[in-house]
Design a binder for this molecule. Structure first.
Ligand SMILES: Cc1cc2nc3c(=O)[nH]c(=O)nc-3n(C[C@H](O)[C@H](O)[C@H](O)COP(=O)(O)OP(=O)(O)OC[C@H]3O[C@@H](n4cnc5c(N)ncnc54)[C@H](O)[C@@H]3O)c2cc1C
Length: 426
């Protein structure tokens, strides 16, 4: 146990007066867990520390960033073993030395929580979710028992299949993950582009993107204006032709720019079109991720609704964004992981932000997020639990929407592997 000195990248987490920090899973901590002597519960886990729930008032945080930094690349299998404190930038930078890549998200700042909660990459339409790359998982169940699980095959028993499915997407509720082994891909160059667009141009781009090849995808941010981003991985001659075609057709404005990079970790940092647009600036925020199918001909109707919601946002630092899935993310069946919304094509997410200590601003923004969710849930009925909110009134609803019919089995597993609720509640 160490004194409280660690700085979490998420400013809301960072501003909490927490009980303290553990930086190792030693016998002392394991005994506290096994004897149910941790107080208060749950124990919070910090992988990359980018979400608001890696630290909370009066709670203990297990911060893995310092002592879980090992990375081993296996050249014969093209697999990489990472400990749980490695962030996505370090992962991709290390394996790029072997000409390999991994589908990280829009930012390399995120830690292993990105993978454990599903992991939607701009390259997911080609390669699948981050969670689809996991081959082996090690850690401690919430009951304190140590484990290593390999990806199940036809010889594995039913319980091993269920445990695997639970850990791939719902691990934060069941276990402390210490390391994972991942498949990697050959590194290919990428063309990326960005442009400001109007609401109607956004609807047009969305309809176009739904027809794009799986090597490409788009994401967008809507605050004071709309910034649209896209990329395509360049592996074949057709990818170059597709790039020219897409760039020719998409709506763009004077600030349009495109650039070529050799690895996804070189993507330019997103400039969110809000008042205070520096990543991890001194603002508190919550993020709620939804999931839904293609928008098709509904795109302009949905965009008009989002425009009304944006116009009603209580703070200039709150915004709505979305990233595209589909392609390979749809090719896995619902039994392969706890990411059960395999039919999804879009993940819109709602960010409500307020100044530290502004209780009214917090309330207004959380209400706006809830109302926005209600307005959009007919189109986007699923939830992506990349950020969990056990401290908010909508936690039960988000859990149900995230896991649907898989939830009862997940709860049964929790009652076996985290019976005392050492980890966040389901
Ligand atoms: C700038 C930015 C860009 C993002 N882009 C994307 C994107 O493109 N695609 C996408 O899918 N998501 C994206 N996200 C969301 C992000 O992936 C999730 O919020 C993720 O949970 C963050 O993980 P972390 O380890 O960085 O954060 P943390 O706050 O440390 O952890 C997040 C959660 O994961 C749990 N957790 C972390 N480590 C462990 C562990 N070892 N064992 C058990 N539980 C653990 C924690 O309990 C916590 O609730 C983005 C977030 C940010 C801030």
């Amino acid at each position: 146990m160490n004194e409280i000195k660690s700085i979490f990248p998420n400013s809301q987490a960072n501003d909490q007066k927490i009980a303290g920090i553990y930086e190792d899973i030693d016998n002392y901590l394991v005994n506290l867990i096994k004897n149910d002597a941790l107080s208060p519960k749950p124990l919070l886990i910090c992988g990359g520390g980018t979400s608001s729930r890696c630290a909370s008032k009066d709670h203990w945080t297990l911060d893995l960033r310092k002592n879980f930094q090992e990375i081993q690349f296996d050249k014969t299998k093209n697999e990489v073993l990472i400990e749980a404190g490695v962030n996505m930038h370090t992962l991709t930078k290390t394996i790029s030395e072997f000409n390999r890549s991994f589908p990280i998200g829009i930012s390399g700042f995120t830690g292993i929580g990105y993978i454990l909660t599903g992991g939607i990459s701009p390259l997911s339409r080609k390669y699948g979710l981050a969670i689809d790359h996991v081959e082996e998982i090690s850690g401690f169940w919430g009951n304190g028992e140590k484990f290593t699980l390999h990806k199940p095959d036809s010889c594995s028993n039913k319980e091993d299949h269920l445990k695997w499915k639970a850990l791939c997407g719902a691990a934060p509720f069941l276990a402390i993950i210490t390391k994972i082994r991942l498949k990697t891909h050959k590194q290919n160059a990428i063309y990326a582009w960005e442009t400001s667009i109007s609401p109607m141009q956004l609807a047009t781009t969305i309809e176009m993107a739904e027809e794009w090849p799986d090597s490409s995808s788009m994401y967008w941010f809507w605050g004071n204006k709309i910034k649209s981003y896209g990329l395509i991985e360049l592996e074949t001659k057709k990818d170059y032709d597709d790039f020219s075609y897409i760039i020719d057709k998409i709506p763009k404005s004077n600030d349009f720019c495109s650039y070529k990079i050799s690895n996804i970790n070189q993507l330019k940092e997103v400039t969110i079109p809000i008042k205070n647009n520096k990543l991890f600036k001194k603002q508190h925020s919550e993020v709620l991720g939804l999931l839904g199918p293609d928008m098709n001909a509904n795109a302009s109707k949905i965009i008009k609704e989002i425009e009304k919601l944006i116009n009603n946002r209580p703070s200039e630092n709150s915004y709505i964004s979305a990233q595209q899935l589909g392609g390979e993310t749809k090719n896995k069946d619902n039994d392969s992981s706890s990411f059960v919304h395999r039919d999804s094509s879009w993940k819109p997410w709602i960010t409500g932000a307020w100044n530290e200590g502004d209780i009214k601003g917090r309330e207004e923004n959380l209400n706006w997020m809830r109302e926005t969710w209600e307005e959009l849930e007919d189109y986007f009925p699923g939830v992506h639990l990349a950020q969990m909110h056990p401290h908010l009134t909508w936690h039960k609803k988000e859990i149900k929407a995230a896991f649907k019919t898989w939830l009862p089995e997940l709860k049964r597993l929790k009652s076996n592997y985290d019976p005392k609720g050492i980890l966040p509640p389901l």
